[in-house]
Design a protein around this ligand. Structure first.
Ligand code: UDP
Ligand code: MG
Length: 317
């Protein structure tokens, strides 16, 4: 198998068929051997039903991995990678915001440039609001500064890579998966090509602001220990400030005789140190939580049903 297209789907009932048609049209005249691996990520609409129809119609090789619930896009991608048999692997969304024709260009680059291991697409124009765009840029500036991985702010997880890259990604069995960090961490020579994200074919985005914020936090916790160091620095700074203030209070008592009862000062200090401590405990808690979840060693996803190319390959678990 030459190419595996991994397509995570969550409530994409109206998109999966147009997506498959777009792939067939894109690869029609080039003779590439490819498979589409759809991952039904616990969809609540008719996605699985439509995927099964595509599978039985067999217009092109289709695999369907149906997860037992919604595990999130990252887990879906991991499931897809595990089942990919292609020499090249492509990650692409089901909503046709990322055109399959671009995958063809990516494959061509990999064919022509043996030194290039990954072809990643970056958005040349972003269709989102100014505030969100500013927040995203700030997030990437921070994570690039405080972690050892290098992440390009405008690059998405729309990319095609060689099998060796897929093997390296699969070796990273972390439960909380932040794929942009994982791509950066595994390294390999990456070529970037521009693309313009189209409008969603049908439905709405699954990413609310809250989800994006939590994902960003996951990225920072997963790829940097700088927040823990921040807690240490805050502790050191407050300790130094406390010693200076102590000297000041003692001197004031020695020189002026009696100390002035400072209610406001006490309250301010109490609140300041109290909140700093809570903040630091919160940071530590985030890391402990991640250690706790990783130590349980739960599977990243559970596949309820896997449909291979032909019905004999049908498995159920
Ligand atoms: N997706 C998924 N599981 C989820 C959320 C999203 O598999 O829990 C899939 C979704 O079906 C789509 C892709 O991930 O194919 C990207 O999602 P979406 O289009 O909502 O994100 P956006 O393009 O707005 O960043
Ligand atoms: Mg989308």
């Amino acid at each position: 198998m030459r190419l595996s297209l991994i397509v995570p789907c969550y409530n994409e009932a109206d998109n999966v068929q147009p997506f498959q048609e777009a792939v067939i049209a894109a690869f029609e005249d080039c003779g590439y051997d490819y498979e589409i691996i759809f991952i039904n990520d616990g969809s609540k609409d008719a996605t699985l039903y439509r995927l099964k129809k595509l599978h039985s119609a067999q217009k092109c090789p289709v695999k369907v991995i149906s997860l037992s619930r919604n595990f999130g896009k990252e887990a879906g991608l991991y499931a897809g990678l595990q089942h990919a048999s292609g020499d090249y692997i492509s990650l692409i969304d089901a909503d046709l915001q990322q055109r399959p024709e671009i995958v063809r260009d990516m494959v061509r680059i990999l064919d022509e440039q043996p030194d290039c291991d990954v072809v990643a697409a970056y958005q040349d124009r972003r269709g989102e609001g100014k505030i969100l765009s500013f927040l995203k840029k700030s997030f990437y500036a921070i994570i690039n500064r405080i972690s050892h991985v290098e992440i390009r702010s405008d690059a998405s997880d729309f990319r095609t890579f060689r099998r060796s890259v897929r093997d390296s990604i699969l070796e990273m069995g972390e439960y909380h998966r932040f794929s942009k960090g994982i791509f950066g961490w595994v390294g390999y020579d990456t070529c970037f090509i521009p693309y313009t994200a189209c409008k969603r074919n049908s439905g709405t985005t699954k990413w609310s602001f809250k989800k994006l914020f939590n994902y960003a936090l996951e990225g920072i916790i997963g790829f940097s220990t700088a927040p823990l160091r921040l807690a240490t620095y805050l502790g050191i700074i407050s300790a130094i400030a406390a010693v200076i203030y102590l000297v000041f209070v003692i001197l004031e008592k020695l020189i002026r005789g009696i100390d002035i009862p400072g209610y406001a000062t006490i309250i301010v200090l109490l609140l300041f140190f109290g909140s700093t401590q809570l903040f630091c405990i919160g940071i530590i808690g985030e890391y402990v939580g991640k250690i706790f979840e990783q130590s349980k060693d739960r599977p990243i996803y559970i596949a309820k049903e896997i449909l291979g190319y032909n019905m004999e390959q049908k498995e159920e678990s």
